[in-house]
Design a binder for this molecule. Sequence first.
Ligand code: MN
Length: 230
Amino acid sequence: MSDFVIQPPPLAVVPVEDGRGFPVRRIFCVGRNYAAHAREMGADPDREPPFFFAKPADAILTQGADMPYPPQTGDLHHEIELVAAIGRGGADIPADMALDHVWGYAAGLDMTRRDLQGAAKKAGRPWDMGKGFDHSAPIGTLVPASRIGHPGTGRIELKVNGTLRQQGDVADLIWGIAETVSYLSSLVRLAPGDLIFTGTPEGVAAVGPGDLLEGSIEGVGTVTTRIVSR
Ligand code: MN
């Protein structure tokens, strides 16, 4: 069909290091995938397996753009995360083949309206408005696995205004990249263009207008954004 009744929405695109783009289909996020962060959120990492939620594709914020402080919150939190980009789709992907489906990696921020998420948890309601709001997924440049491999270890950290706030190691993921891709593909068919935010280490905290967020993942890259007033 080529006749649309409205202008088709623009494609969400993550820049790749060679100057090309990675078109985004869906964004999946893993909850509580580092033990220390699960504990700081009041959960028991040994008893509760990781789970998934989603953000809309157009939540991505790229190339270090400013992030407008979102509406309806007084508690905007940062979560630095390793992001896996799916290049080859599939359902029921075995864990030992899962990494072949990952095109590359980036550093990303799962920005969270913690007050709205907390209220939703308490009421047994969906997390969508706590997690999937506009510009809630800043992401750095994507690098191909064909160049950097699949990160099994590496320091993951976030600085706010130059001060270290979050620090961990990708080796401490409760569910590694292969297991995450495999399990997610048992719930939904993955397709090229899917992004998976793999969870955050401990140290999440609130930020406000004027704050500069600088995340980095050893061997992968960086993500930067400044929070600005709406
Ligand atoms: Mn997260």
